[in-house]
Design a protein around this ligand. Sequence first.
Ligand SMILES: C[S@@+](CC[C@H](N)C(=O)[O-])C[C@H]1O[C@@H](n2cnc3c(N)ncnc32)[C@H](O)[C@@H]1O
Length: 215
Amino acid sequence: MTNPWDHPDWYDLHDTTWTAGPEREPEHYRELVIALPPLDAQDHLVDVGAGTGKLSGLIARGYPKLGRVTLVEPNRDKLDRAQRRLREILPDAEIHHVPAGVGEGAQLPRGIATVAVVGSVLMPVMELRGGALRDGLAWLRASMQELRAMLGPDGWLFDLETLAAPWARGSDDDPVRRLTMAELTGEFARAGFRNIECVYRFRDRVIVKGQPVRA
Ligand SMILES: C[S@@+](CC[C@H](N)C(=O)[O-])C[C@H]1O[C@@H](n2cnc3c(N)ncnc32)[C@H](O)[C@@H]1O
């Protein structure tokens, strides 16, 4: 059987329950904070695709002595809100902002991050950009290179995503789609990451971490 949906028992079990659903989002974000190494005054957090600062705000509340935060976000209005949020939570920290996105050849920070976080950006943006999977992978690979370049030598990338449905199919010339866990961790390895590990999974919600391979 190629499509599990064709099996009536499997269908009845899954129907709309293959996704974790929005009620799992707080747990998903919280688990990223739990998975981080300790952060302090000398550390630099880079939040890529920061949106309004939900994820970095949560991290900042857990680590009130965090010294530096850089928010990378192409949407100016969201970036402004993220900055205001982070300044409120961390009044003594250096808060930098970069009004740009990954995968577009923009000027982005290099070699600064103790921890870089990506909160629900790579899979949705890849999908929203449209085109074929080949195009999505080209953007993702360029983005992964930029993410790796943002990290200091022992820095960590934490990537929070919602992955493809278990029955998602399609190769390079087919329409772009989200990736499976094996494909996503494969992209980490291809981009030059080591110590790649899934630190959380509930159905489609995952967190994958990795460190840059040493030069
Ligand atoms: C689903 S939101 C997640 C926002 C935030 N990380 C969070 O967890 O709440 C995806 C964000 O990615 C931003 N985005 C779009 N294109 C991007 C790109 N090329 N690089 C980085 N971020 C991008 C969007 O503007 C949006 O704020």
